[in-house]
Design a protein around this ligand. Sequence first.
Ligand SMILES: Cc1cc2nc3c(=O)[nH]c(=O)nc-3n(C[C@H](O)[C@H](O)[C@H](O)COP(=O)(O)OP(=O)(O)OC[C@H]3O[C@@H](n4cnc5c(N)ncnc54)[C@H](O)[C@@H]3O)c2cc1C
Length: 424
Amino acid sequence: MSKFDCIIVGTGPAGLGAAFELIEKSSSLKVLMLDKENFSTGGLRNDCKMNFTFPIGFPEDNWTENEAESYLEKVTEILNPPIKEKHNLETYQKRAEKLGCKLINIRQSHLGTDGGLELIKELTAKLRSRNVEISLGEEVLDLQAGDKKIITNKREIFYENIIFAPGRKGFGFLQNIMSKIDVPFLDHIVDIGVRIETKESSYPIVRDYYDPKFLFPQGVRTFCTNSGAAHVVKEKYSTRDGQTFYSVNGHAFSDRKKQNGLVNFAMLKTVRLTEPLASGQGFVEMLGLQSMLLGGGQPIMQRVGDFRMGTRSKVESFNNDLYDFEPTLKGCTPGDISLAMPGRILRAIWKSMKELDTIIPGVLHPGTIMYYPEIKLYANKPTFKDGHFKVAENIYMIGDGAGTSRGITGAWASGIRAAEGVTG
Ligand SMILES: Cc1cc2nc3c(=O)[nH]c(=O)nc-3n(C[C@H](O)[C@H](O)[C@H](O)COP(=O)(O)OP(=O)(O)OC[C@H]3O[C@@H](n4cnc5c(N)ncnc54)[C@H](O)[C@@H]3O)c2cc1C
């Protein structure tokens, strides 16, 4: 029966950050990485724009600015990102300030989905050459903490330490493990919003700043902007009782690929549930299912022109005529977002979109498309026993699924921090 000094569940950036740090600290450690998918490294496969400035990607409950910046130095050493230039920042910032909004200046790099795949190959080859075992298509099903053992779909494996990094899609899996080993956790913060798709000429700031981070007074922010060869995609989620819903998202290929002249980005509102404390996951599952009901099993899309007029979008709204671009997400249902989204969230997002249109005139062109829902489920808040994200003896939980990050660099940094806990 096999035994490892450290098993890492998940080969996303959090798992990779942990693996690199473990072998850096001690090359003789026996490390196994497992992923249920047949390909490795989770969210690095999507767009791969990396943000290297606090607080982007670093939840402030878990990171101080100094901590994040010092870990970011380590992340930079390994990922060696080409940082993108920015232009006219002050002009945009001044316009934003006049409205009480903020544009944050972030160090960014963008590899694109194709560039991300190349990076993954390079990183996993390096790990394998340093004797890290990577087993793909192997799903962890259960943990028997008393025996220091996990059960996968293929075998039983023993560990000395285990790091769980299963990402956002592993949110429910992590909750099951936490319940089983009595780790108290909260899951009361969620991000809900829309993804906007428009022509680059209606949102030209992307030529000056690849992924501009605006904060609006209503607790709304812009998130994950993609341009060049940009596409809206949908991600499939399962509810705890096995029903399916979709969240939209976006990515772009590198500038080596054919450009489509479109931009997409999310407008997200953070919702913090208080008394009576409800599960954030439960809340977004209901919203996800409601939009599936209204969209006939698909996400909903609506043209800004229709939304303004208070009418639903129809198939004819996407006629490639006045509105001269076609949605990049196929299989989405034209409809009425205001039927599906809670009023308070919708009002906050619409107000923020109007502010954005004042800062960058054009984004509210009638042809601009709003897709719903975009949901971020990364706010599990386990009770950690130390600063290394330890939840129980020899057990660590990191990455977006454990709420220690909200992006590639934060996930990688939380991996380093957990590995430091393992190696002491
Ligand atoms: C379309 C899209 C675009 C994105 N674009 C960006 C971007 O440009 N920049 C950015 O910073 N962030 C982006 N993100 C977010 C980013 O991907 C995440 O923040 C990041 O990947 C989180 O890292 P992680 O290691 O915590 O989880 P993940 O990267 O999700 O990795 C978790 C891994 O664990 C595996 N896993 C889950 N459960 C199990 C199990 N039970 N057994 C075995 N394996 C399991 C999964 O298969 C997965 O490979 C994007 C996300 C999406 C979906």
